[in-house]
Design a protein around this ligand. Structure first.
Ligand code: NAP
Length: 264
């Protein structure tokens, strides 16, 4: 266990982000993160406040809404010149959501179609980091990653990430393309998982970011942190220098508390 509270992380391609980011999933219709966020103006203000606080890593997914979360981010963060400026936007494809169901499809065709959807919703021609949201259990991870690598070569994404994966799947993916980040569930509130602990250290050795989702232990479908947010964020960031936190919140007061966690 290292104890590194540096405030930034540099990806393998040289791009640097602050280690406390923002997970935007909850800025969607509730319950179930489905449909548009009810307080669209408030969502824009929260995202712009995050930018003002120096939170420059925003995590979203095509499935959040679907589409609606990415559209809200575009409304809040696309500058007059049409760019995101210094903001680093990460999104995901491969999960389809309806009001009542969630299905995974990480086939080559769907990964490419979802990425095109994300580009349109985010109103950009390039996304900084695009994840396979969750392997569908049928498509080999190599196929999903090859599809994203094709899109990376075409200049539509800068980096490839994997979410909800095992170390074996990361190793398979690395045979096909460089992997910049892994996003799995991990929180001080959750039961210790030795394989995951080893994976975090191994990813760190490879220079790959680990982005814990649900960092405050929250159930993605329910409201409320399960642990003290400041303690949890400090524990996560001290755990390994490759950990990037993306706590979710719907209030500017909590956003400000979370952004200040490193300084506290
Ligand atoms: N890859 C995946 O499969 C996956 C799955 C789930 C989530 N994610 C990503 O991970 C991000 C974070 O996950 P999450 O939002 O589910 O869970 P979380 O970050 O563990 O917790 C969010 C909850 O904690 C509360 N909270 C946040 N800061 C607080 C503070 N300072 N004081 C008190 N309460 C606070 C929020 O309520 P308030 O709104 O009241 O602040 C919200 O209900 C998501 O936004 C998403 O980007 C990815």
């Amino acid at each position: 266990m290292t104890n590194d509270l540096t405030t930034t992380f540099t990806f393998l391609n040289g791009r640097t982000v602050n280690r406390i980011g923002y997970g935007a999933m909850r800025l969607t219709g509730q319950p179930r993160n489905f449909g548009p966020y009810a307080d669209w103006r408030g969502g824009i203000e929260l995202l712009q406040r995050a930018r003002d606080l120096g939170v420059n890593h925003i995590d979203t997914a095509r499935a959040y809404g679907p589409h609606e979360n990415e559209k809200l981010i575009a409304d809040a963060l696309v500058n007059e010149d049409g760019s995101y400026g210094e903001m680093f936007i990460a999104s995901k494809g491969g999960v389809e959501k309806s009001a009542t169901s969630l299905t995974r499809d990480t086939s080559r065709e769907t990964m490419k179609r979802h990425l095109e959807d994300s580009l349109a919703s985010l109103r950009t021609d390039k996304i900084d980091l695009y994840y396979v949201h969750a392997p569908d259990g049928v498509t080999p991870i190599s196929e999903s990653v090859a599809a994203l690598e094709e899109m990376r070569q075409a200049g539509k994404i800068d980096m490839i990430g994997l979410s909800n994966v095992s170390r074996v799947q990361v190793e398979e993916a690395l045979k096909v393309a460089p992997i910049a980040a892994v996003q799995n569930r991990y929180s001080p509130a959750d039961e210790r998982d030795e394989a995951l602990e080893e994976m975090i250290d191994w990813l760190n050795e490879q220079g790959i970011a680990f982005v814990p989702h649900g960092p405050l232990g929250a159930n993605p479908m329910r409201q409320g942190a399960i642990v003290d947010p400041g303690d949890a964020l400090r524990t996560l960031l001290a755990r390994s220098p490759n950990i990037l936190a993306i706590p979710g919140t719907t209030t500017i007061a909590h956003l400000e508390d979370n952004a200040a966690a490193l300084a506290a």
